[in-house]
Ligand binder design. Structure first.
Ligand SMILES: Cc1ncc(COP(=O)(O)O)c(C=O)c1O
Length: 395
């Protein structure tokens, strides 16, 4: 059998893709009753009524036809206004491309910017889909780990710059970071921007957790420091802060010239999100601030419960995040995060995401999404405490 037939002609990059370890642990739990799950990164409540109603009304009004590739003008303008209010910027609606989620936005950015065989530098730990997309596009991915030093996550900028050789075309940064909650400061963003300007490297900044900040109204954004023609693409999503994960709605902010290229790419991907979903997005931006504040207050309470619990547990190490709804903690003597996650599930019915999903070196880590009611969180933490007293799953 020749190689073509052996692989059905499937590209090597696709054959080498793996399923997410988070999906693996969820599948493992399929036949187990009464699991308390904290594995997915999403709010614990469904989309607020005022947003759902806007979507339903648009549907009832017959807003069911093909939409413009870059998004309906009303939403592009609403997004530009929202960002300008938030960041005190002068982003124009021509810089905005509406996408079917941040996932789709990351893919569109990669389709436009990733050169075959070039190197893409990604900060670790990382949401697994970010490196996967670069690999699908035929790039080599180099991970630069932010380091845990004295109990705090810290980025070594020199290490990042050293990793960017002449063959690097894009640096992908996700701040606030899934899973660690690490948040890049404005000063660090300035240094990375200076470096990227000098080298002609693109920055793709995934800012889907921008509004999930516990200290400020928003986390620092590249939008606040760039010129309109800088080689920077910012990715955003309605999923997290507006509780719209299932709607699949996001956007890209980029220089106008690049947005024109993105507009072409949306056509050849999925030709943009359904128009009635985009109408709901307009209302989410217009009326969603109170919901964002209330949700963040709830998450902050949950984080305090988690932090108090964590400081009473000697076997775990944890840096309290400034943003996101994730607690990413390492377990002393833990060496195999998938075995740990399975063991915890079998023995105590608690579902966490294994650290290996976010980079091989995080195999002593587990991630818990604390977007959960306090009783549920307390139940889960009780289970983890009992588990930590026993022999944890090891390699
Ligand atoms: C860092 C990061 N980027 C993007 C996404 C995807 O967002 P969306 O639901 O808009 O595809 C996620 C979801 O977990 C994420 O953690």
């Amino acid at each position: 059998m020749n190689t073509f037939n052996a692989h059905l002609g499937i590209r090597k990059e696709i054959r080498e893709l793996t399923f997410s370890p988070i999906r693996e642990i969820v599948r493992f739990a399929e036949n187990q009753d009464e699991v308390v799950p904290f594995w997915f990164g999403e709010p614990d409540v469904s989309t607020p009524d005022f947003i759902s109603r806007a979507g339903k009304e648009a549907l009832d009004n017959g807003d069911t036809f093909y939409a413009p590739n870059a998004g309906i003008p009303k939403l592009r303008k609403a997004i530009a206004d929202y960002m300008n209010d938030l960041y005190q910027t002068e982003i124009t609606f021509e810089q905005i491309t509406v996408s079917v989620s941040a996932m789709n936005a990351i893919m569109i950015a990669a389709q436009a910017l990733v050169q075959q065989d070039s190197k893409i530098v990604v900060l670790l730990p990382s949401w697994p889909n970010i490196p996967a997309v670069q690999k699908i596009m035929g790039a080599r991915v180099e991970g630069v780990p932010i380091q845990m030093k004295d109990g705090k996550w810290k980025l070594d900028l020199d290490q990042l710059f050293d990793a960017c050789g002449s063959d690097t075309s894009v640096i992908v940064i996700n701040s606030p970071n899934n899973p660690s909650g690490w948040t890049m400061s404005t000063e660090e963003q300035r240094e990375v921007l200076d470096f990227a300007r000098k080298k002609g490297v693109w920055i793709v900044s995934d800012e889907v957790y921008a509004r999930l900040s516990f200290k400020h109204n928003h986390a620092p954004s590249f939008c606040e420091i760039i010129d309109s023609d800088d080689r920077v693409v910012v990715v955003n999503s309605f999923s997290k802060s507006w509780a719209m994960t299932g709607w699949r709605l996001g956007w890209l902010t980029a220089p106008v010239e690049v947005s024109k290229e993105f507009e072409k790419l949306t056509e050849y991907n999925v030709a943009g999100p359904p128009p009635f979903i985009q109408q709901a997005g307009v209302v989410a931006l217009r009326d969603g601030e109170a919901f964002i504040q209330e949700s963040n207050e709830r998450y902050l309470k949950a984080l305090s419960v988690f932090s108090d619990w964590a400081s009473s547990e000697d076997r775990i190490e944890f840096d309290r995040p400034e943003a996101t709804f994730y607690a990413f903690f390492s377990v002393n003597d833990g060496t195999d995060s998938m075995s740990m996650a399975k063991d915890l599930l079998i023995k105590h019915n608690v579902g966490l995401a294994p650290g290996c999903a976010f980079g091989q070196q995080y195999d002593s880590y587990l991630r818990l999404c604390f977007a959960a009611s306090l009783p549920k969180l307390e139940r889960g933490l009780e289970g983890i405490s009992s588990w930590l007293q026993g022999p944890i799953g090891k390699k």
